[in-house]
Design a protein around this ligand. Structure first.
Ligand SMILES: C[S@@+](CC[C@H](N)C(=O)[O-])C[C@H]1O[C@@H](n2cnc3c(N)ncnc32)[C@H](O)[C@@H]1O
Length: 244
């Protein structure tokens, strides 16, 4: 499965448009980033790269956990999200799209000294094989949290649309080509008072990203028939050591 260019630019526009309100709509991503950082041993790392850094949730958790580093690369394709990321002498903000080859050329080849973290971003890899091959060359140790296609599962079933993101199986198969891994799958739910509020959340959270827009008819059907008072999320947590 890959995302079309059109979809990809929609993702970027969506993040940029909602960059200011994103903080209020990222309940699940906040939890996910916290749990991901909890898994990282507290020690000194020469370089940390945070891929899809957004407004700095991973960075803030690293600081809280007293993890130290000499250089922190906040890598994101959205200028607006990067503008919200904490600044600092050792923070290098890098605006680039991880789907493009040229974006990797500016990243140093100091694999052994680099820890790679990516929370709630890699589900938008256009070509999973390409992205993980490139990433495995840049850091020997990596921690990923990636939303799977079971996110919004019931909603997709009712609307009769396919998830725009990868299945757990697709993710695991590709990641295992480039890393020795330890996986954990976690399910989350988020309750809402009304289906309308739920729709608002999907729109603003950035989780939907390149999600196929529902037609008016489909939205109406989902609003009338959605059987749950919560949204479903599924996240694959990965602790990885590069095989390259
Ligand atoms: C759901 S947010 C997660 C932000 C942060 N990691 C967190 O845990 O709160 C996803 C971030 O990935 C970025 N992103 C999405 N696609 C990207 C791409 N192709 N290249 C670089 N960044 C991307 C978005 O701009 C956004 O800031």
């Amino acid at each position: 499965m890959s995302l079309s260019k059109n979809k990809e630019s929609k993702i970027l526009k969506q993040f940029s448009r909602f960059a200011q309100s994103y903080g209020r709509y990222n309940v699940i991503q906040t939890e996910v980033a916290k749990l991901l950082v909890e898994r990282i041993p507290t020690k000194f790392y020469p370089t940390i790269i945070d891929l899809g850094s957004g407004d700095g949730e991973v960075y803030k958790n690293l600081i809280k956990k007293h993890i130290t580093f000499e250089k922190f690369v906040a890598w994101d394709s959205s200028e607006q999200m990067l503008a919200l990321h904490p600044k600092g002498l050792i923070i290098d903000k890098y605006m680039a799209d991880f789907n493009y080859q040229k974006s990797y050329e500016n990243i140093e080849n100091k694999k052994e000294n680099t820890l790679l973290i990516s929370s709630s971003a890699l589900q938008w890899s256009e070509d999973l094989d390409f992205v993980f091959r490139e990433l495995s060359q840049k850091a020997s140790r990596a921690y990923f949290a990636i939303f799977t296609s079971n996110t919004f599962k019931t909603l997709h079933e009712i609307a009769q649309i396919d998830s725009p993101i990868y299945t757990e199986k697709e993710l695991k198969e590709v990641i295992e080509k480039y890393y020795s891994t330890d996986f954990e799958l976690k399910k989350y739910t988020l309750a809402f008072k009304t289906v309308r509020e739920m729709f608002q959340y999907i729109k603003k959270s950035g989780v939907s990203g390149g999600e196929k827009r529902l037609s008016y008819k489909q939205s109406k059907k989902v609003m009338q028939t959605y059987p749950l008072d919560y949204l479903e999320f599924e996240v694959l947590f990965v602790e990885a050591t590069s095989l390259a």
